[in-house]
Unconditional design. Sequence first.
Lengths: 280, 374
Amino acid sequence: MPTELTSDTGSHPGHAPGDETEQEPVTQDAGAEAEDQPLPENAVERFIAEHVQPRRHEFRSAEQLPSAAQLLGTALARRRIEVKKIVEGRWAFYFAGTVIGGLSHGLTTLVSAHARRVLGDAEALRGHLKLMDIPCAEEGAELSGLQLRGFVVGRELVSMLALIPPYEYDDAVGGPEAVRLLDSTAADSGAGQPQVIAVDVTELVSEYISSLAVDAVRAVPGLFAAGVDLEVFSLESLRSAVVLDVDENADLLPHHVPTLGPGRDVADAIAEQILISAAL
Amino acid sequence: MAQTYFPASAPPPPPRAQRPHVELGSEPSATERFIAEHIEPRHEALRRWSSTLPHEELLQRAARRKKMTIKKITDSNQLFFLSGVVVGGMDGVITSLVSHQARRVSRSKAMTKRYLTASDVPTPKGKAINPTEFSRAVKYLKSLGGPVTVKPSSGRASKGITVNVTRESQLRQAWQAAMAARSATSESRYLIVMEEYTPGLDLRAYVVGSTVVGAVARLPLYVVGDGISTVGSLADAEISRRGPNEYLKGRQPEVTNAMLAPLELTRDSVLPFGKLQPLSAIADTTRGGGLAVDVLDLLADELKELAVEGLWAIPGLGAAAVDLLAPSLGSAEGAVVLDVNPYANIMQFHYPAYGEPRRVNDAVMEEILERASR
Ligand SMILES: Nc1ncnc2c1ncn2[C@@H]1O[C@H](COP(=O)(O)OP(=O)(O)OP(=O)(O)O)[C@@H](O)[C@H]1O
Ligand SMILES: [Mg+2]
C-alpha cells in the first residue's frame, strides 16, 4: 500500500530526496506481476471506488479562491522577498536589494528561454523525453488510464493530483463496477460535481511515479518549476505509465485547493527555489 | 651541406617607416586617449589568430573539457549531459542560463533600461518613442537639453544608431536611420529609443554569475595621419595588416567615400601628421572594422561591479555581455550601463585584437554545472 510505504520510510517524495536508496523496490511486484496480467481497463473507476467515493463528503465546495499570483505573492512576502512591478505583466523579485528572480507573462525565472522554446513544441518535448528514456505518449494517443497532474519544483515533486471526470456511484453495487463516469462537458454532469475532480494523491503515489514526474521536468534544460501530466494505470506501478505533457505555465491553484485532499503549497516551494537558484 | 629551410632569395622586410606618434587634440575622447595610451605603443603586437572557433563550438569545447556529453536534438537545440543528467543546453546561441524573462527583456533596449533603472543601475536617461510620434521626439530632445543618441529599441549589432544628435534636422535623419534598421521580428519593433548621449570608452564585459570573466574595449576603425598618405591608402593598409588574423579577416569593411562622408572626408583626404582619425562614429566590430581589445586586467573593480550589477538587474540571467560606456578604465565615475545582451558572441573575448584571450566558454560551462548542482 502506498500509504504504508510513505509512513514506513518517512520518505514523502517531496521531503526526503535522500531516502530513495533505502526504499523497498516496489516495482518488484508492481512491474513483474504486471507483465503477465492484462492491463486493468478500469483504472479510473478503481481509483474512484477506492480513494474518492469513501470521502465524497469532503469535497471542497466552490469558495472564494485566491489567484495564482496572490499565492506566489504571499509566499514571496513570507520570505521577505519584495516584488517590484517593472511594467504591466513584468515583475522583479528583490531580496535584500538584489534581484533574485522575477515573473513575466505568468512565468517565473525558474523557466529558461531554452525550456520555453522546447515546451512550445510538442515534438521537441517528445525528443527530449525519449532521449532520457522517459516513456511518453504518442501524438494523438487516446487516454485510457488515470490522468495525474504533478507539480515539480527543483528536484522534488511538490504536489500530485489525480484528475477524474464527474461520476455517478451505485451504492447497491459497490466497488469499481458501481462507478459510471460522466461526460465532463455535458451540461447535466453529476449533481454538484465540478467538471474535473482534482484529488490530492501526493502521498499516495509511489516513489517510481513521482520520480517519473521529476525526470520529465529535468529532461528540459533550465526548467526548475513546471507542471507535468502523466497517464498511469495504478498509483503504485510504472507499468504503461507515460508522460503526457510538461507545462511551464501550469496553474498552481488546483494544487493548493484540490477538490479533495489537503492540497500542497506549490507557491511556497517556488519561492524557496527562487531563493536557492539565486545562491546569494 | 647547407640546408635551406627558408628560401634564401626571400627579400628582407622593407624598411618600415616609423609610425607617426599620435598627437591628441586638446580635448581627446576617452576612446582616443585609450588608443594613444594602450594601442599605439604596441601597434605591431596585433594578434594573429591562425584558426578560430565559432561561438557555439567554443561552448561545446568547454563542455567536453568538463566531461559533459553533448546531444543535438536539432541544429539549434543542444543538450549538455553529465552522468546521464541534463545539466543545461543551448537554444541557438544562448544557454540555459538565460531565463525566459531575461530573453524577453533583452530583445528590447527600452525594456532593458526599465529593469536597469528599477535596480538603480546608472544608464543614460531616455525614453522609447513610437516612430510616428516624431513631434514628441523633438520635444524630448529639447527637454533633455543636450545631445542625444537615437536607436531602434530592437536593434542589434550597432545598426541604425546615431550618436551626438543636437538639432532637429539631425534628429530627423537619425529617426529615419533607426526606422530603417529596426528588426522586423522583434516585439518592440515599433519603438525608437532616445537617450542622453554619454560619450565614453565603449566597454563590453562578459559577466558570469557575479564575476567579470572577460572584458574588451571596442574601438572604431581608425587611422593615424602622416601628412602624406591619403585616408584611403591608410585605411587599406590597416585592413590588409589584419589579413593574417583569422578573426578579423572576414569582418573588414570596404572603406568607401560613402562610409567616410559623415566624417566629411573622402578616400583622397590627407590627414595631418599624427592626427588620430576614427573612420566611424561608433565601434562596429561586426563588420565595420572595429577592434576588440582585452582590458580585463585594466578594468577598475568598480567598473567590474557595475557590470555585475547590470547583469543582476535582469531577472534570471546567469551570463551575458554587459555594455558600458566609461570615461576612464580606472573608475566608475560617470560610467553607465548601456545594454545587457545574452546573445553576445563570445569570440571577441577569445580572439581579441590585442591582449590576452579569456576563456569565457569555460566560465559559462562551470556556471551551468554549478547551477545544476544547486
Ligand atoms: N547613449 C549613448 N551615448 C553614447 N554612445 C552611445 C549611446 N548609445 C549607444 N552608443 C554607442 O553605440 C554603440 C552601440 O550601442 P548599443 O549597444 O546600444 O547598440 P547595439 O545595437 O546593441 O550594438 P552592439 O550589438 O554592438 O552592442 C555603443 O557601443 C556606443 O558606442
Ligand atoms: Mg548592445
